[in-house]
Design a protein around this ligand. Sequence first.
Ligand code: CTP
Ligand code: MG
Length: 230
Amino acid sequence: LAIAAVIPAAGVGKRMQVAVPKQYLPLNGKTILEHSVQRISQHPLVAALWLALDKTDPYFAGTPLVNGALQRVDGGSERVHSVLNALQLIDATAYPWVLVHDAARPLVRQADITNLINGCLQAGYGGILASPVRDTMKRGQATAGRNLVAETVEREQLWHALTPQFFPTQQLREAIAQALAAGVTITDEASAMEWAGQPVLLVEGQADNIKITRPADLTLAAYFFEQQHL
Ligand code: CTP
Ligand code: MG
């Protein structure tokens, strides 16, 4: 099976509060983007990779990505548009399944990617890496200018959605396009598939597969990186 991969890397990293988009920040001697691209393209089932970059991205040219087969595609205004731009270039006959992974998740493990792919192929439908929430969860409600607890939400049913997310290429492309046309907010691939009424498998992944979002995440990522390589 030849799997296509899409890595959306066209964000500006606003919450990181640095001038450089966070995917170009260094982590253990390489950029975050290089780690993410390497970990995805190294997987033996991944045969081709589409990388969504900002049209005016001045940083990519200076990024020494070693893995050859990589197609660049223009990013869009939001993550979902970057992903859809890439999906529109993929031949779904040659690549019936697609793996979508955030550029900002440089710590994903090969074993998790394999578990996700195998779990989905076995089930016959798509799925996502996810990790169970640990804290007691509350639904909040703004009341008289304060945040009050409306209720405690049953934790057993709650998961953090991670990436990669793995879906049939054609189905995902159609689900995203139709959800966007209907004005639905799409924050990950699964939400488009859910909206389309498709089943989505939850495959438990390692919690160290964090998304670099805020400054403190860099310190955490460096620690996790070291732990993975001990
Ligand atoms: N992304 C993208 N195109 C966009 C926005 C985001 O390809 N228009 C990518 C980011 O580069 C990142 C992934 O989607 O790899 C996850 O998004 P997020 O963590 O939100 O990154 P940013 O949007 O860059 O960060 P922020 O929301 O803090 O600005
Ligand atoms: Mg964002």
